[in-house]
Design a protein around this ligand. Structure first.
Ligand code: 5CA
Length: 434
């Protein structure tokens, strides 16, 4: 992308409404703009990050055999009456009437809808187990939307749902999903700690929150350093093997991890390798048995032919919240430090003297060799402005092209996260970026 023709409105000043660093940086780097309270438009660079996160989430869901689908954002109130949640959800639910005066709602989550869809088509235990997911916008009319995309009213979630004939099967699905979560957060460059949690309005009796560590996180977290050393690779743990999953789960849940509410000094004292930090909730998973299948009539013929209500779980990842959470985890005073896996582009090209024949030629050459997969700062701005904006936007590499170097075919390659700089020939610089 050429910056001259990109909607990436960077701001020098700190926006007054932003209380936390990720919100400030998302506005300053031109990733999002608020269009109504707690509702954001994703500008081109922000959307690229969102899509990169989605891709990693999707790949790890697919890898454990979850099937992607897409349910609508608008739902009919009828199903929610059957589960009892239409009233129970209260003012957080955005209620809508269509032209026929039918009651509709903008989905805050999809347990009812998926249960009904599954009920219409699946009739036998032979079709189980199954897991389905979608990545879809949700609306929750939060009392206090704040912190930008971290607590929005409209936000993007990956929500998955598992269907099993019985409790032991549901536990396997739950553990499989937990494994996928640990892999997902690792790939995003994050340290994630699963913690036992209350299940709240989703209901159920087994639930874990996934807290990622970031110095500016909203809650204090105490955890065993063992979490940081665990190997979640397919080579170490097969998601197909119930024994592997059991070992993985037991290993996870025997290690101490707690937030403020559940922290217990006596248990903490027994942890050999202690770690503390601040945390942000980026995922939440629930096993809730037949809480939705029973009232919505989702039962299949079991092995003995008798109708059996299915055991279900639901599994959420806050995809849009992760954009903010990643910035909370990776930034410095000058701006964002995107991990390679999610950066809008791998590199920014800084043309320090637009109009200088050598600079323009070298930049065009690099931009072409990267097949346009870079943010090319081709603006007629001063070098200082370009350096500041490149640091603010946080692309992992900066290729700095000045007139003297360009004449000699040399560029300066800067690694944003470490500040390391190297003077290199064009091809050597491109080889580093990989
Ligand atoms: N139905 C279940 C699982 S699919 C569910 O809705 N769980 S949840 O309420 O915990 O939400 C899942 C994740 O969505 C949370 O862990 C959080 O990361 C994200 N999330 C929840 N509310 C918001 C919000 N207002 N803004 C941004 N992200 C949110």
């Amino acid at each position: 992308m050429r910056l001259t023709h990109t909607l990436a409105p960077t701001l020098k000043e700190t926006p007054a409404e932003a209380q936390i660093v990720s919100h400030r940086l998302m506005l300053r780097a031109g990733l999002v703009r608020q269009t109504a309270a707690g509702i954001y438009a994703w500008l081109p660079l922000g959307l690229r990050v969102l899509r990169n996160i989605e891709r990693i989430v999707r790949e790890e869901q697919d890898a454990i055999g979850a099937q992607e689908m897409l349910m609508p954002t608008i739902q009919s109130a009828d199903l929610w009456r059957l589960s009892g949640r239409y009233e129970a959800y209260g003012p957080e639910m955005l209620r809508i009437r269509d032209r026929h005066d039918r009651e509709m709602l903008y989905g805050p989550t999809n347990e009812e809808m998926i249960t009904d869809l599954f009920r219409q088509s699946v009739k036998s235990y032979r079709e189980l187990p199954q897991m389905l997911y979608h990545i879809q916008w949700k609306f929750r009319d939060e009392v206090r939307p704040r912190f930008g995309v971290m607590r929005g009213r409209e936000f993007l979630m990956k929500d998955a749902y598992s269907f099993d004939l019985d409790y032991p099967g549901a536990v396997v699905s739950y553990r499989r999903m937990m494994l996928a979560y640990m892999r997902t957060f690792r790939r995003l460059g994050l340290k994630a700690i699963p913690m036992e949690a209350e299940s709240g309005p989703i209901g159920g009796n087994l639930s874990h929150e996934f807290i990622i560590l970031a110095p500016t996180g909203e809650s204090q977290v105490w955890y065993d350093a063992a979490f940081e050393r665990m190997d979640f690779s397919a080579a170490a743990i097969s998601h197909e093997s119930a024994t592997d999953l059991e070992r993985f789960f037991v290993d996870m849940t025997t290690h101490y991890a707690a937030t403020d509410e559940k922290h217990d000094e006596a248990s903490w004292a027994r942890v050999a390798d202690k770690r503390e930090g601040r945390g942000i909730e980026v995922g939440h998973i629930f096993y809730f048995g037949t809480k939705y299948s029973a009232p919505l009539g989702l039962a299949v013929a079991g092995q003995d032919g008798a109708p059996t209500a299915l055991h279900m779980g639901s599994y959420g990842i806050g995809v849009s919240r992760l954009v903010g959470a990643l910035i909370e985890a990776f930034h410095d005073d000058a701006g964002i430090l995107w991990p390679d896996a999610v950066a809008p582009f791998p590199a920014a090209i800084l043309n320090l003297k637009v109009g200088d024949a050598a600079c323009d030629r070298v930049c065009d050459d690099i931009y072409a060799k990267l097949a346009g997969n870079a943010l090319y700062d081709d603006r007629g701005e001063r070098a200082g402005v370009k350096f500041a904006d490149a640091d603010l936007m946080g692309h992992p590499w900066q290729i700095v092209v000045g007139p003297r170097g360009a004449a000699a075919g040399i560029v300066e390659l800067k690694r944003r996260s470490t500040g390391e700089r190297h003077e290199l020939g064009i091809d050597a610089a491109l080889a580093r970026i990989g």
